[in-house]
Every structure is written in C-alpha cells, then in structure tokens.
Design a protein around this ligand. Structure first.
Ligand code: SF4
Length: 146
C-alpha cells in the first residue's frame, strides 16, 4: 500500500489560515513521519483566494451544500472543488487524508453546516476537499481523530 498522506498545510505549520494565524500540529506531523508516511500538503483556500481572506461557511442550499463567504455570501465552492479534483488527480497514490477539524474545506466529520438563515444545523458535516477524498474512497480523518 502507498504510504502517502494528504495533510492540511496549516497543520504542518504553513501560514495559510484565513486570518494568517499559525495553527500547526507538530506532534501529528512527527507521528506521521515516524510511521513512515510521505506527506503531501494542500490548502485549497489559500490556492483559490489567498491569505488572509474572508472566512467561509458551509451552507445547505436548494442546490446542495455550498461554501459561501461568511459576510458577502459569495459562492466559493467551484474553485475549492476544482482544486480538490486536480490535487487527487495529480496524486493518485494518496492512501490517507488528514484534514483540519471543523474547516469548511478540510473537516472530515466535524465541519459546521448552516441553513440559509444562518442557523447551525449540523456539526458533523464534511468540507469540500474532504468530500472529494471520501468520494474517491480514500480513508479520511480529522486531525483530532488521527
Ligand atoms: S484548514 Fe484547509 S483550507 Fe483551511 S487553512 Fe488549513 S489547509 Fe487551508
């Protein structure tokens, strides 16, 4: 089996969070390395919208779940989904996905989902990038679950 893991870049200490704050998880990175994983970093939001950027929320709409900018309500889903598709096409040997918990892009089973009125309706949703990993049958976990 391939020992290649896709990891949210912010967990590896990259300065790519929406507000530019560092939120790395060096213990997780060390553990993955000790277990022999080859780490491929990704950050769909930084690639699409740069850093810093307006945060976004996952919203359940009539057209399915969308990633909308928090204040402007702009639909950000397309670029994130395209990035995810391209990333996994370019790395077909990824065997494991570890995403940042609660992120609307990277959260695996911890993303917050809102209705169109802004009410929180689910805290176990899947972000846009994590959804693509799952759709491809890749084992996927939030960092806190690994
Ligand atoms: S959680 Fe995902 S999208 Fe957000 S900063 Fe980390 S890698 Fe980028």
């Amino acid at each position: 089996m391939s020992k290649k893991v896709a990891l949210s870049a912010c967990l590896a200490g990259r300065n790519c969070r929406y507000n530019g704050e560092l939120k790395g998880n060096p213990d997780l990175v060390k553990r993955l390395e000790e277990e022999g994983w080859i780490i491929e970093l990704f950050c769909p939001e930084d690639a699409c919208f740069g850093t810093p950027r307006e945060p976004m929320d996952l919203v359940a709409t009539d057209e399915g779940i969308k990633a909308l900018s928090k204040y402007g309500g702009e639909d950000r889903t397309g670029c994130l989904a395209d990035y995810a598709e391209k990333f996994f096409d370019e790395h077909p040997d990824i065997a494991l996905f570890v995403g940042k918990a609660r992120s609307p892009s990277c959260g695996v089973a911890t993303a917050r989902l809102y209705d169109e009125a802004g009410h929180l309706i689910d805290e176990t949703a899947t972000g846009v990038m994590a959804a693509e990993a799952k759709a491809r049958g890749i084992e996927a976990l939030d960092d806190e679950a690994y």
